[in-house]
Design a protein around this ligand. Structure first.
Ligand code: SF4
Length: 494
């Protein structure tokens, strides 16, 4: 089998030479694709299929074999058709496929389809480099094999597209000038990557920012396996230039950070706290926060999905909608009840969910959530879409109380490993309660499982997935109940 330098390997090489080498020589070192990652991959395929539907006169090159797909492409070009999908080209061991080629007189335009509303860097008026490089390698190969390229474009999902009118699901932006600025680098990059792939020994590359940029590297678990639990990566708001300096000095443990190393007061306090294994807890501030709570106290959480292709009325591309909630209700006498809703069909879950929620939630009492802005926005969306329930939903919004604030401001513990996430806080405050025994342990996986569950025709599988989803969401709110009780014990003991 020929080991081509493909488009995806080219992009891997730009991220990290070791990643490129591993992909060819040690693919087994990659962390297996998770359910949530597979959902994103499948979604990308579906977006690509819908993009092709926009060009009914196009022809799909469906051969998977490299040589056969190139032959099919040549035949399609010769036939004079205006659009070719998955057009395939080989140049000196490099193999690229183009999402869409559009005929433009005697030339062609390359259109790269992206399942993303955001094709620019966050908070910057700059296209994402990875997208431009993706087009640059395609343009280079096509030009070298004698195809004249008149332009390069990004076709991506449009956040203004609202279900049910999907006619504007895509917008196209011309990035020819930006791609042309990268063209001079392509031959050098190819030469470097081919040399790396020819090596027997793995290239020496330190871990660093590139392990997460532009995407989390699939070899991260492997390369980061020696990073200690209390590492420099847990120091709050430490810039990458400082982390890099420490990595280059082979300092990964927080215990080895030199005393004179420049850190802010907050960072130095964190380092000292971790070294002494002494949490910093402002019990008085916690007591005051807890006194804000009114019974019955609701401990509440949504599970949501945000598909690229809007699925139900009024939703836009990538807009979140809830499909499940869990709510524990704690009364002043200490009694605790649990309520939940899980939508188990492929229909719109929102109205049934809202009705269940309003049935079970009291119209008085606090609503404890973890990371309130997320639940708040979902409730606002529901209130806007169901004006008849707006008042009751607004009442819930007005009673939201964010447990995360305590761990952001008043409770620091080295066991949180620099995170405020429930998954890190819970094991420290309630070691007996754990996500470890659950089949679903992350919200992203819950999304993927729900998406599978509503589509499966296997009743046994469906029933198992329903149980797994219920167990996961219930754990999220039970965790906040138990954390609440632990906090009460903590301040009462003073
Ligand atoms: S984890 Fe980092 S160092 Fe390792 S291969 Fe990936 S990007 Fe390179």
């Amino acid at each position: 089998m020929v080991n081509y330098l493909t488009k995806s390997k080219y992009l891997s090489g730009l991220q990290c030479l070791k990643r490129l080498w591993y992909e060819q020589n040690h693919p087994e070192r990659a962390t297996p694709t998770s359910r949530s990652q597979q959902r994103i991959i499948d979604q990308g395929g579906e977006v690509g299929r819908l993009a092709r539907e926009r060009f009914p006169e196009g022809r799909l090159i469906d051969a998977r074999d490299s040589v056969e797909s190139v032959e099919q492409t040549q035949a399609a070009i010769s036939s004079g058709i205006p659009y070719i999908f998955e057009a395939s080209f080989i140049l000196n061991g490099i193999w690229v496929r183009c999402d869409i080629l559009e005929k433009d007189s005697d030339s062609w335009k390359i259109i790269e389809v992206k399942a993303s509303n955001n094709i620019k860097e966050k908070n910057k008026d700059k296209y994402k480099e990875e997208y431009l490089h993706d087009l640059a390698i395609q343009k280079y190969v096509l030009t070298e094999v004698g195809i004249s390229i008149s332009g390069t474009q990004l076709m991506h999902t449009n956040k203004k597209c609202v279900h049910p009118d999907l006619s504007n699901l895509f917008v196209t932006e011309d990035v020819t000038d930006r791609v042309d600025q990268l063209m001079d680098d392509v031959p050098n990059n190819i030469e470097t990557f081919k040399a790396i792939l020819d090596r027997d020994a793995e290239p020496e590359v330190l871990i660093g920012r590139h392990c997460n940029k532009p995407h989390t590297c699939p070899f991260k678990d492997h390369c980061w396996k020696d990073v200690p639990e209390h590492s420099i990566f847990t120091i709050p708001q430490l810039y990458w230039n400082k982390k890099t300096e420490l990595i280059e000095r082979d300092i990964l443990s927080i215990h080895d950070v030199p005393d004179g190393f420049p850190l802010s007061e907050n960072q130095r306090n964190y380092v000292n706290m971790a070294r002494n294994n002494q949490p910093e807890i402002d019990n008085e501030a916690i007591r005051q926060k807890l006194e804000e709570l009114k019974y019955p106290i609701h401990f509440f959480d949504f599970e949501t999905l945000n598909p690229a292709i809007p699925r139900f009325e009024g939703l836009s591309a990538y807009q979140q909608f809830p499909f499940q909630y869990s709510c524990h209700i704690l009364q002043s006498d200490g009694s605790l009840t649990h309520h939940e809703y899980l939508h188990t069909y492929a229909t719109d879950p929102r109205l049934s969910l809202v009705e269940s929620l309003l049935d079970h939630m009291s119209d008085v009492g606090s609503v404890v959530v973890y990371h309130a802005s997320f639940e708040c926005q979902r409730l606002k969306d529901l209130a806007q879409f169901f004006p008849g329930h707006s008042e009751a939903l607004q009442s819930i919004i007005s009673r939201l109380w964010d447990q995360l604030v305590i761990f952001r401001n008043h409770y620091k513990h080295p066991g949180f490993r620099g995170s405020n996430s429930l998954k890190y806080v819970l094991p420290v405050l309630m070691p007996s309660l754990s996500y470890e025994d659950l089949k679903i342990r992350e919200g992203d996986d819950a999304q993927a499982v729900w998406n599978e569950m509503i589509q499966t025709t296997n009743e046994e599988e469906k029933s198992d997935m329903i149980n797994d989803l219920r167990a996961y969401c219930e754990m999220d709110t039970l965790a906040t109940v138990e954390i609440h009780k632990a906090l009460l014990r903590q301040v009462d003991e003073l």
